[in-house]
Structures are given as C-alpha cells and as structure tokens.
Design a protein around this ligand. Structure first.
Ligand code: PRP
Length: 181
C-alpha cells in the first residue's frame, strides 16, 4: 500500500495539530449552542472521529450519505441522498464536517439539503480544500478549512482511490501509475 504513495503531503502530526486548532475555534464559537456535527460519509470518518474527540463542549453527531451518478468519479453528475440525518435539525446549530472540498459539488448539494431542514445556523468545516478543482457554478464556501492543497490525487486519512487507502494515517499523493493503469 505505501509503495503506491509518491509523497506524504500531510503527516499524522500536521493533521493532529490542525484538528486541535479547528476544534478549538469551533468550541469557542459554539459554546452554549449544543451544535450537531454532520459527517458526510464515507471519506470523513477518520477526520470526524478525530475532530469530535477534540470537541469539549456538549454536542451531538449525525451522518448523511450522498451518492452521485452519471459522470464517473468526478461527482459532477446528479446527486441524491442515500441516507439522511436522523436528528431534527430545525432550529439547531449545524456544522457539516467533510474531508475534502474538491469540485464543491458534494458540499453544495449537502449544504442545500440541510438548509431545507431550517437549522438556526449552518456552517462547513473541511479538512482539505483543493481550489484549483472548483466547479465555477458552486456557490457555497467552507467556513473552516484545515489545509489548502495542490491539485494532486490525494488518498489516506479517509480519502480513497477505488475504495482503498482510506486507512493510511496520513494524506499522501498517489503515484500516477496506480490510477492510470
Ligand atoms: C469525496 C469526498 C467528498 C467529495 C468531495 O467523496 O469524501 O465528499 O468527494 O468532492 P467534490 O467536492 O468534487 O464533490 P466520494 O463521493 O468520493 O465518496 P466517499 O466519501 O465515500 O469517498
């Protein structure tokens, strides 16, 4: 598995420090608000688990699962909710947690979907932001960003290629020969 990685972009230590920093900012902003953190499966699982364990204010967690279809792996096709959140978000302070803001299509869809549930507030926290890939039609912006990264094929820390590499503890750049096979 590690032989498929060209370079480590973000080490475990860098990620751990950033997660602490993001969680601290969010805790300060949401103290007394009993926020709900919504994770968008599956890529977010590692980041989500690390983030919520750094959150030391009362909060709830929930998950949703969206699917895209129609244009391969680029998430540019039509999107649908495969599994919705179970909590009632009306009047609640909601923070969406995501692993990566790439084209932005997934978060645009997720944000609008959750906004229709009339939360008191809705913000987005993403570990990675890859602005070079952004779909110009996307209007949502993340409120909290861990790292702005170059336009490289990254895997690990929840991110996959062909459903593999999610379990790598760091974010690494995949060797082109792996995905151009
Ligand atoms: C990945 C990632 C984000 C999305 C970002 O999910 O977890 O949800 O792509 O890409 P975008 O900004 O171009 O929409 P994916 O659909 O690959 O599913 P996964 O979470 O199960 O890996």
């Amino acid at each position: 598995m590690t032989q498929d990685i060209k370079e480590i972009l973000l080490t475990q230590e860098q990620i751990r420090a950033k997660v602490k920093e993001l969680a601290k900012t969010i805790c300060e902003e949401y103290a007394g608000k009993d926020p709900i953190f919504v994770g968008v499966l599956k890529g977010v699982v590692i980041f989500f688990a690390d983030m919520v364990r750094e959150i030391d204010i009362p909060c709830q967690i929930d998950f949703m699962w969206i699917s895209s279809y129609g244009s391969g792996s680029d998430s540019s096709g039509k999107m649908d909710v495969k599994r919705d959140v179970s909590a009632d978000l009306k009047g609640r302070h909601v923070v969406i947690l995501e692993d990566i803001f790439d084209t932005g299509n997934s978060l645009e869809f997720t944000y609008k979907h959750l906004l229709s549930k009339e939360p008191a507030s809705l913000k987005i926290c993403t570990l990675l932001d890859k602005p070079e890939r952004r779909n110009p039609a996307v209007t949502v912006q993340p409120d909290y960003v861990g790292f702005v990264i170059p336009n490289e094929f990254v895997v690990g820390y929840g991110l996959d290629y062909d459903e593999h590499y999610r379990n790598l503890p760091y974010v690494g750049v995949l060797k082109p020969e792996v995905y151009s096979k």
